[in-house]
Design a protein around this ligand. Structure first.
Ligand SMILES: Cc1ncc(COP(=O)(O)O)c(C=O)c1O
Length: 470
């Protein structure tokens, strides 16, 4: 390649514009970073030797060396003695966050505080890639064949130990099935219950609307049961003669954030025994409790009647589509064969998750995230206390969301559409009910996927809107 051709290539590749007056080594680092982030410089690509690039860009070699060192420190490139500087294959989490920000900006949304998302910028990309590498390295020819229904044996063994240790669950590899998420596991259970004569299922009111829809698609009629400060109203459930199944999120009810009281836990288990019924336990975010150690799963106290569901959607990322269900021994035989085929995630992802648990990287990630979310929740509460007088906060110190109850004359639903116009996407409690109830509405604030630095701007926007609403 001639010098002229090379110069043209790097000149075209690198936009050395940068902020006026900023030193060349910074502009060069910025241009290389942008080329890597946008994929114009692919993982594994070699950067030119410093002397060559300096010549081509008519700058000092020192400026190029400084730029390379900066990018090495940031993890974009790696320098090996004797073999030059190469673009690293590690996707930066910040890039994921930036993509999300761009998508929101395109929709006119500056801040998205709708609940449900974990901190995607904190996705442990390096740990996941290391785990995938381990999985691929150890994979046998059989592992690369058709996935086994119900999940790979290694993940079932490892996850079973994890759930017993962390959630107190009564489980074994035999009772554990790997699914593509909680919603899919609940759908599968709904179909099996229907085959066994169940026709109705109690669901919390309010709740995550997707799950009643999934159960309805299996043929079961969702029957709303109220939730109060102690969780699901078990007496109301027991009064429904035809209902022998109930779906519940006992550790951190979604969306009210209450925990099922010990008395109600006991009453619910007693009900299940009495009616020979089943409890579908949605254990969606129980890894995150901030004021005390997380309470154990309800399943631990009644494994004969409780199906327990979990997934990676809150701990790592919903995109992985990896979850599990623990079924009562009596139902275990139903969860097999063709029925499970659509519910099985890719084997290599299953093996990567097993490797991540075994190496301790999953526990470490959860510990880091607990610290991060606890701090963010505290910051949010402080800002609400200072900037939003008259607003009541509710919800257990757990999970990834809390509730803000606006003062009496304010119409919460109307407030959210004004918030949206102001660039803040937020959800109401009312939208998660099966029927319209004007009273007792609230904002459901998701703080999982929000940058700490954005919280003051978010709360200030809400405070301004509130002031002009009363
Ligand atoms: C209450 C509740 N349960 C379960 C889930 C997770 O479902 P899945 O594992 O299917 O992604 C969510 C996700 O938003 C949720 O809000």
């Amino acid at each position: 390649m001639s010098a002229a051709q090379t110069q043209l290539a790097w000149d075209t590749m690198l936009d050395l514009g940068g902020p006026a007056g900023s030193p060349l080594h910074r502009r060069l680092a910025g241009a290389l970073r942008a080329a890597i982030e946008t994929g114009r410089l692919a993982p594994g690509a070699m950067l030119p030797p410093t002397r060559l690039l300096a010549e081509e860009l008519h700058c000092s070699r020192w400026a190029v060396t400084e730029a390379y060192e900066q990018l090495t420190a940031e993890g974009f490139v790696e320098a090996r003695v004797g073999s030059g500087t190469r673009v690293r294959a590690v996707p930066r989490a910040a890039t994921l966050a930036e993509h999300a920000r761009d998508a929101r900006a395109a929709a006119g949304i500056r801040y998205d505080i709708t609940p449900g998302m974990p901190d995607l910028a904190a996705f442990p990309a390096r740990d996941w890639m290391a785990a995938l590498r381990t999985a691929i390295t150890r994979a046998t020819a059989e592992d690369l064949g058709q996935p086994r229904w119900g999940g790979h044996q290694r993940l079932r063994d490892v996850l079973s130990g994890y759930l017993a240790r962390v959630r107190g669950a009564a489980t074994s590899a035999a009772s554990l099935r790997i699914t593509t998420g909680i919603a899919d596991g609940v759908g599968l259970t709904g179909a099996i219950l229907y085959r066994h004569g169940f026709r109705a299922v109690g669901v919390e009111e309010p709740c995550w609307r997707r799950l009643p829809r999934v159960l309805a698609a299996s043929g079961l009629e969702p029957v709303p049961i109220d939730v109060d400060a102690d969780g699901l109203d078990v007496d109301a459930l027991a009064s429904k003669q035809d209902v022998r199944a109930v779906l519940i999120s006992p550790c951190h009810q979604y969306p009210t954030g209450v925990a099922l009281s010990p008395q109600r836990r006991a009453a619910l288990l007693e009900w299940a025994q009495r009616v020979d019924g089943v409890i579908l336990e949605d254990d969606y975010d129980s890894e995150f409790r901030y004021d005390r150690p997380a309470g154990g799963a309800l399943q631990a106290a009644g494994p004969a009647h409780v199906f327990l569901y979990g997934s990676l959607s809150k701990t790592l990322a919903p995109a992985l589509r990896l979850g599990w269900l623990v079924c009562p021994p009596h139902w275990s035989g139903e969860m097999r064969g063709d029925a499970l085929a659509p519910y099985t995630p890719p084997t290599l992802d299953q093996l990567a998750f097993a490797a991540m648990i075994q190496s301790g990287a999953y526990d470490r990630h959860l510990r880091r995230q607990r610290v991060r979310y606890r701090r963010r929740r505290r910051l949010l509460l402080d800002l609400v206390g200072t900037c939003l007088p008259g607003v009541r906060v509710s919800g257990t110190a757990a999970g990834l969301h809390l509730l803000l109850h606006l003062p009496a004359p304010v119409n919460t639903a109307a407030f959210t559409s004004r918030a949206r116009d102001a660039g803040v996407s937020v959800m109401t409690l009312g939208s998660l009910r099966s029927v319209d109830v004007a009273c007792d509405d609230a904002l459901v604030i998701g703080y999982g996927n929000v940058a700490d630095a954005d919280l003051p701007g978010i709360v200030r926007t809400l405070a301004d809107l509130l002031q002009s609403s009363v």
